[in-house]
Design a protein around this ligand. Structure first.
Ligand code: SER
Length: 325
């Protein structure tokens, strides 16, 4: 894969839940030096620092973004920096500003400098209660109730516009809740599905902020990364959707997840105290129709609920034994 004069990949939000693992995967594939990790955390984890360049970057500042793209000869951006759904409701003005200004800057820089490719994640949060909640179709009514969802719908339309108007090769998937063992998510409605593992292993108790029967679409990190890499490698002629592709893996409720965890930790107790995030979850799909992604670029997830739980418990138990949890 590595070519001598290869240009560089920039990952914004590289210290976040997806960014921290995607950056390492890209570095394995393309060489550490060729993948610039950018974030706003002053102290990123050691793996990020040890495997390639790390820079501080606020993507809402266009001139800083331009400088980084020039300095490192960047030709591909994975733009992951964003404020998620629950955090967004706490400060909607800030969420709109960060999510929209940074995406606009990335698309503008891609246009001006003729970048090769851009990846930007959208979310199941683009859907609202008016959309069918079971097997939610690729093309349906998008009337989200969160500012995060509003920014994702606007972002999808902006990406599509930049493709049609300026031929910017921007690609996107609508991620469901992402479960991962390395970096905690921050500020999302689906975060319970990660927190529950840490608490089950450490304390054998968890208080879930959603009702026991709240079914949401979810995905394990290896599938999440695979979606981004497969889509980015696909031949441009295969990408028929330039807003964002539905991608699905599994759907389950907190009660179903807790029951699966109990198979490994029999005395685990899960309690339920729904808060404001319940309303957000109730406005989102329960399952997703991802036929278009499967047909166009061969999307296919590998992990189901049982294999996610097995892998998470193994990984986190090991980290606890090593004193790293
Ligand atoms: N996991 C995200 C959230 O809960 C969904 O995009 O905000």
């Amino acid at each position: 894969m590595y070519r001598k004069n290869m240009k560089k990949i920039l990952v914004t939000g590289a210290t976040g839940q997806i960014g921290s693992e995607l950056t390492l995967e890209l570095r394995k594939k393309f060489g550490g030096e060729n993948v610039v990790a950018a974030g706003r955390r002053r102290k990123p984890n050691e793996m990020l620092l040890a495997t390639g360049p790390f820079i501080y970057l606020d993507a809402t500042d266009k001139s800083s973004l331009e400088k980084v793209v020039e300095e490192y000869d960047v030709d591909t951006i994975y733009h992951l920096a964003a404020v998620l759904s629950a955090a967004g409701e706490e400060n909607p003005q800030n969420a709109w500003r960060i999510n929209m200004e940074s995406l606009y800057n990335v698309l503008e820089v891609a246009r001006e400098k003729g970048l090769t490719r851009v990846f930007w994640p959208s979310s199941i949060a683009v859907f609202g209660p008016e959309a069918p909640r079971v097997k939610t179709p690729q093309n349906t009514v998008l009337i989200p109730r969160t500012i995060y969802g509003v920014s994702k719908v606007a972002g999808e339309l902006l990406c599509n516009y930049y493709f049609l108007r300026y031929n910017v090769d921007v690609r996107s998937v609508r991620y469901p809740g992402i479960i991962s063992s390395e970096t905690l998510p921050g500020g999302g409605t689906t975060d319970y599905a990660v927190e529950i593992f840490y608490e089950a292993i450490r304390r054998k108790r968890y208080t879930c902020f959603l009702r026991a029967d709240t079914v949401l679409p979810m995905m394990y990190m290896p599938d999440c990364i695979n979606a981004a890499l497969t889509l980015m490698e696909a031949d441009p002629s295969k990408i028929r959707c330039r807003t964002s592709y539905n991608v699905a893996a599994v759907s389950f409720s907190p009660a179903e997840l807790a029951a699966e965890i109990k198979k490994y930790i029999p005395d685990f107790v899960c309690e339920y105290k729904p808060d404001f995030r319940q309303q957000i979850a109730d406005s989102w799909p329960m399952s997703i129709d991802d036929t278009a992604a499967r047909e166009d670029w061969g999307w296919s997830p590998k992990y189901d609920l049982a294999s996610i739980v097995k892998d998470m418990i193994e990984k986190l138990t090991r980290r606890l034994a090593e004193g790293l949890l």
